[in-house]
Design a binder for this molecule. Structure first.
Ligand code: ADE
Length: 225
């Protein structure tokens, strides 16, 4: 998989890919992440990539031309399955969407800034609009990093233990059950004894019950789905 991210603040997209699981996935060539500075695609002598809003109103709008130049160049070099725009009015990212996107070949992710992009970009270039939550960020970059993390960890071979993504919260619309490690007792706070019993069918049942209990209490909406 290859992910091309288009941004006016590419610095924001450095460190998430330079550590831990995402770095390992990139080093192992399981994914390529290329960040493009949108300013490299403007013909404007001031490197400007935005302009005033027609009709008046506060806030600048990202112009169509540099975005067109960047996306058109990328598309002339390879095929892309989705051209994603990060925006708070997009479809809410969830585990199901991350699962689907992890199966794709190449993706373009456009990060919004200022007031957002000219509507014609959305109509003519974008195939999917994604929000990472019902709050407004200063730009799409952190959302793009979250999206990439959620997708990349699902690519086969990225997580050491193949089963570990399958037991994540949300994989089956349930939150994950409680987990423990050594010591067995800390300041009198004990780990449930069943977990040392070696009775794996019973442990599995206990985990399922705890996952259900936690989901019912914290996210009953997931059980309705
Ligand atoms: N850009 C600004 N806010 C955002 C959000 N919640 N999700 C995705 N991109 C955004």
């Amino acid at each position: 998989m290859r992910i091309d991210i288009i941004s006016v603040v590419p610095e924001l997209l450095k460190s998430p890919f330079e550590a831990s699981i995402l770095k390992r996935a990139i080093d192992a060539q399981l994914v390529e992440v290329i960040v493009h500075n949108l300013r490299d695609y403007t013909t404007d002598s001031y490197k400007s990539v935005d302009d005033y809003q027609f009709g008046g109103g506060a806030g600048m709008v990202m112009s169509i031309e540099p975005i067109d130049r960047c996306i058109t160049k990328l598309k002339s070099e390879r095929n892309y399955e989705e051209v994603i725009y990060m925006t708070p009015d997009g479809e809410l990212l969830d585990q199901g969407m991350a699962n689907q996107l992890s199966l794709k070949g190449n993706l373009i992710v456009l990060c919004g800034h200022y007031k957002g992009v000219d509507q014609r970009v959305r109509e003519h270039f974008i195939t999917k609009e994604i929000s990472i939550g019902d709050y407004v960020l200063s730009g799409g970059e952190l959302g793009a990093a979250v999206l990439c993390d959620a997708i990349i960890r699902l690519i086969p071979g990225v997580l050491g233990n193949e089963t570990s993504a399958l037991t994540d919260s949300f994989q089956d619309n349930l939150l994950a059950p409680p987990i423990y490690t050594r010591p067995r007792s800390y300041k009198g706070w004990d780990v449930p004894k069943l977990l040392f019993s070696g009775n794996f069918p019973e442990i599995e049942k206990w985990r399922e019950a705890k996952a259900y209990e936690r989901t019912k209490k914290r996210r009953p909406d997931l059980l309705d789905e």
